[in-house]
Design a protein around this ligand. Structure first.
Ligand code: URP
Ligand code: ZN
Ligand code: ZN
Length: 469
């Protein structure tokens, strides 16, 4: 592969802001300097007037994933192409153990599905059946496969939820090998009662998804999990944190020096429960879990991003189609007669950087450096990928995004690359656009042109997770 020179861009890392040239050779950054001269055979890209970011890292995706009776619509091929167009060059997806099977079988299944990835990918392991063999297998996953993060659910009873004892055992085992436990924290038992009562009373529309999942129940589960993690002495990471009650438990624990980390997602920062009132069943597009919260929660999350109680913005890309017409096995339409049957989740991989840049950096809610930190550096450090990924430095992978901070454009699902047929941010005009994307020095996105290919992504064996505070 020819070397690549990116000239005259304004390089932004989590701490730096300067204009320079970047030379990438054999996939890695070889040199950063001013007026770098090269001979023939080097591919030169002019980045004058553009921001140069390390490739985005999204640590929360569900590609080609069976979720109860539903299945997400993106393959690793389509999902990672969408990610690349959105400025993301690495993702960590959720593999899962099946009930009655081993987590090792789960990772093997995930490897066979993820072969088509166009960007670099790592895996977390969802634990569903925490027996002695599964706990032993966790150690193999950490040492042999570089899977150093595990996920447990306190929600979705009968599908994904495990009990507190299983969570405690998972945590203690993760702690023996540099692992961190990621948690979907909501009180599944209480929510189940509320859901059944709502449906029995004929309250079946999408808005009851939000009404039956109160923020207090996210707060309760978050507090409970922190107590269990503190006893197990393991780092814990809350996925898709959406509620101010949950955030205040995280802040309190961090203030006490407990290794508690958390992410939020763009939809929890920008969208509220009014979306559920959209006509023609369109509220179903926003049936994702936890549900969209009111604006006081958004304000709390922005404060959490400022104080670093939230360290990451991920997508929770869990794509389904709204309409039935794509031959996908399960769409949002399946819940026409009950919100409880709407598959939970929405797309997000292609819009994460521009939506947060527009609503965060342009609206002066976060600095450019902090933007890079929550989109790339923070996730790399927390999940054992830094400094290979997550920064622009000599020796790091040449994963680079050229970004025009001033271009305004309107988000349209019809122009996206995910197989989902809608966007949570449809019609939103944002300022800031991904122009070019490089994966290990190779230009894979050039404006609207796709230059990557399925299968070019590499599997990432990760180092210890949760070791930074
Ligand atoms: O609604 C969501 N978030 N679906 C994906 C599964 C999960 O809870 O992360
Ligand atoms: Zn979840
Ligand atoms: Zn998720």
């Amino acid at each position: 592969m020819p070397a690549t020179l990116i000239k005259n861009g304004r390089i932004i890392t989590a701490v730096d802001d300067y204009v320079a040239d970047i030379l990438v050779e054999d996939g890695r950054i070889k040199l950063i300097g001013r007026n770098v001269e090269v001979g023939g055979g080097v591919e030169v890209h002019d980045a004058s007037g553009l921001l140069v970011f390390p490739g985005g890292i999204d640590v929360h995706t569900h590609l080609d994933w069976e979720f109860g009776v539903a299945k997400t619509v993106d393959t690793f091929g389509t999902g990672t192409m969408a990610a690349a167009f959105g400025g993301t060059t690495t993702l960590i997806d959720f593999a899962n153990q099946d009930h009655g099977k081993s987590p090792i079988a789960g990772i093997e299944n995930w490897h066979s599905r993820s072969k088509s990835a166009c960007i670099d990918v790592g895996a977390h392991m969802i634990m569903l059946d925490v027996n002695d063999q599964a706990l032993a297998d966790m150690k193999i996953l950490m040492s042999r496969e570089g899977v150093t993060s595990f996920k447990v659910f306190t929600a979705y009873p009968g599908v994904l939820m495990v009990d507190d004892g299983a969570i405690f055992k998972t945590m203690r085992t993760a702690g023996t090998g540099g692992g961190m436990v990621c948690v979907h924290a909501e009180n599944g038992g209480v929510i189940d009662v509320l859901v059944k009562e709502a449906v029995a009373s004929g309250n079946i529309g999408p808005k009851y998804h939000a009404i039956t999942r109160p923020s207090l129940m996210e707060g309760e589960a978050t507090h409970r999990i922190i107590c269990i993690a503190e006893l197990a002495e393991v780092p814990v990471y809350f996925v898709h944190l959406s509620a101010k009650e949950a955030l205040s438990s995280v802040s309190e624990a961090r203030d006490r020096g407990i290794p508690v980390h958390a992410e939020t997602c763009p939809h929890y920062l920008f969208l509220g429960p009014e979306e559920y009132d959209r006509p023609n069943f369109e509220g179903a597009k926003y049936v994702l879990t936890p549900p969209l919260r009111t604006h006081d929660h958004h304000d709390a999350l922005w404060r959490g991003l400022k104080t670093s109680d939230l360290q990451v913005i991920s997508t929770d890309h869990c794509p389904f189609c709204f309409s039935d017409n794509k031959g996908m096995i399960y769409s949002k339409q399946q819940g026409r007669d009950s919100f409880a049957k709407i598959p939970n989740g929405g797309p997000g991989l292609e819009t994460r950087l521009p939506v947060v840049f527009d609503g965060g950096v342009h609206k002066q809610k976060m600095t450019l450096n902090r933007f890079v930190e929550v989109m790339s550096t923070g996730p790399a450090k927390l999940f054992g990928l830094f400094p290979k990924k997550g920064t622009i430095a000599v020796g790091s992978d040449g994963d680079i995004v050229l970004f025009d901070p001033n271009e305004s454009w309107t988000i349209r699902a019809g122009e996206h690359h995910s197989r989902s047929d809608y966007s949570l941010f449809e019609g939103r005009t944002v300022k800031g656009r991904v122009k070019k994307v490089f994966l290990r020095g190779q230009c894979i996105v050039d404006g609207p042109k796709w230059l990557g290919r399925e299968g070019m992504g590499q599997y990432l064996k990760r180092g210890a997770s949760g070791t930074v505070f």
